[in-house]
Design a protein around this ligand. Structure first.
Ligand code: UDX
Length: 447
């Protein structure tokens, strides 16, 4: 089989490469000349463990190509996937579908014969139907179908998430006679390797598939926000949030994942998708109030984290040196989009602190979005050198092995704000540190 993947960004590159790994011929269309040049030279413009090797192997095998010729890619393709960006639109938070519609129009212009257009990007409910209108208006003669096939890839884990998904969602236009069967047959064949691995493939309607994506991400974001609020309550009543999370997670109806307290959720998806879902709800006259609250609580939480660090310093960080471990929105990525560090370091910088920072992968991507005065260090101990306060913002594994004794040899002060609960409160306190973390007895405030 052969497919075209429109968009060589995070979703298109991972999905296209994994389809090629399944044995499908994949032509990725990337119109950004710099990104196209990088891909053609085998330079992967995103940090995704294992992706560079997988791309190289499939290019070598002749199953994966990169180009900017839409006609060549679309011609004879069994399916044309649209994986271009859908950023948050300024103002109402609705997803901006202009890039999707532009790509679809281009596909329609060059398509010959039956064409199956599949949205892989996260798109507002109703986009698939809008795409059908655009294609019909552009090419009244064209025989085509539209399908929705949202992705559930986690950054840093994307290849595994594609190869071993909990489920594949395929939405087709069930109102169109015959449209569903053709589209489903093609996509069933494309996903056959997963089917053989007994990974469930759910066939449903277009709008349903589009809403499933938003509902999944928003539920996960809400689950995180729930444990973050429980974490704050634990601090007031002297409970341990790790034990609460573990214990409720043992209930199969709740599940143990995504119950780790944090400075708040960031990334390119949760913030964007929660805002988009609230806009979809408002526009449809059915507001999703739980997610509106999730968005508001998460934004307040990031600000509250900066205030906690300032409170740890006695209310004033002016002139103090603050070491920061971790800048990216989560480990195993260089992605800084909506990372908690952007909010927290801005607060600390404005309060007059001197910031020393280290992140294993995000140093270059962090520089443009963090305050000018930040000093970028060569490793974690360098960031701790001379620090009055040390703050953990991203739970990179390499930080977990840092011992209190080692920190004491570098730090000037003895204050630590562990905002990812990576260290043990007892060992830090025994070493003489004034240690705060999230939702654990060390944070007990006497009433
Ligand atoms: C997410 C979804 O998991 C994925 O299915 C979807 O396709 C894209 O969005 P991603 O944004 O890459 O993936 O990262 P994820 O691992 O979900 O983490 C998102 C944010 O939530 C991060 O800031 C992370 O630190 C935070 N998080 C995650 C928590 O605060 N607590 C948790 O328990 C888990």
């Amino acid at each position: 089989m052969r497919i075209a993947m429109i968009g060589g960004g995070y979703v298109g590159l991972v999905s296209g490469t994994c389809f090629a790994e399944f044995g499908t011929d994949v032509a990725i269309v990337e119109t950004n000349p710099d990104r196209l040049a990088a891909l053609r030279e085998g330079r992967i413009p995103i940090y995704e463990p294992g992706l560079d090797r997988l791309v190289a192997e499939n290019v070598e095998a002749g199953r994966l190509t990169f180009g900017d010729d839409m006609a060549a890619a679309v011609k004879g393709a069994d399916a044309v996937f649209v994986a271009v960006g859908t950023p948050s639109r300024r103002g109402d938070g609705q997803a901006d579908t202009s890039y999707v519609y532009a790509a679809v129009e281009q596909v329609a212009r060059v398509a010959e014969g039956y064409t199956l257009i599949v949205t892989k990007s996260t798109v507002p409910v109703g986009t698939g139907r809008e795409i059908a209108k655009i294609v019909h208006a552009t090419r009244p003669d064209l025989d085509f179908d539209v399908a929705s096939n949202p992705e559930f890839l986690r950054e840093g884990n994307a290849i595994v998430d594609f190869m071993k998904p909990d489920r594949v969602i395929i939405g087709t236009d069930q109102s169109k006679p015959g449209g569903t069967e053709r589209a489903q047959n093609i996509l069933r064949k494309l996903y056959r390797p997963l089917y053989l691995l007994e990974r469930p493939i759910v066939f449903t309607g277009l709008e349903t598939a589009e809403l499933i994506k938003y509902a999944a991400n928003s539920f996960l974001a809400m689950k995180i926000t729930f444990i973050n609020e429980i974490s704050d309550l634990c601090e007031k009543v002297g409970a341990d949030v790790n034990d609460v999370a573990r214990s409720i997670g043992l209930d199969g109806r709740i599940g143990k994942k995504f119950l780790h307290p944090s400075p708040g959720f960031g990334g390119s998806c949760f913030p964007k998708d929660t805002r988009a879902l609230t806009a979809i709800g408002r526009n449809a006259g059915s507001p999703v109030r739980l997610i509106e609250t999730t968005v508001a609580v998460n934004e307040l939480r990031m600000k509250a984290m900066g205030e906690r660090v300032i409170a740890l310093a006695g209310g004033d960080v002016k002139g103090l040196t603050i070491g920061v471990l971790g800048l990216t929105f989560k480990p195993e990525t260089d992605d800084m989009r909506e990372a908690a560090s952007i909010v927290v370091l801005d607060q600390l910088d404005k309060a007059g602190a001197q910031i020393r920072a280290f992140d294993p992968a995000g140093m270059e991507t962090a520089r443009p979005v963090l305050p000018q005065g930040v000093t970028y260090c060569k490793d974690a101990l360098d960031a701790a050198t001379g620090a009055d306060i040390l703050v953990v913002l991203t739970e990179w594994n390499e930080f977990r092995s840092l011992s209190p004794e080692k920190l004491k040899t570098r730090m000037t002060g003895r204050k630590v704000a562990d905002l990812r609960n990576i260290w043990d409160p007892e060992s830090l306190k025994e070493a003489g540190f004034d240690y705060i973390s999230l939702g654990r007895p060390d944070m007990v405030h006497t009433a």
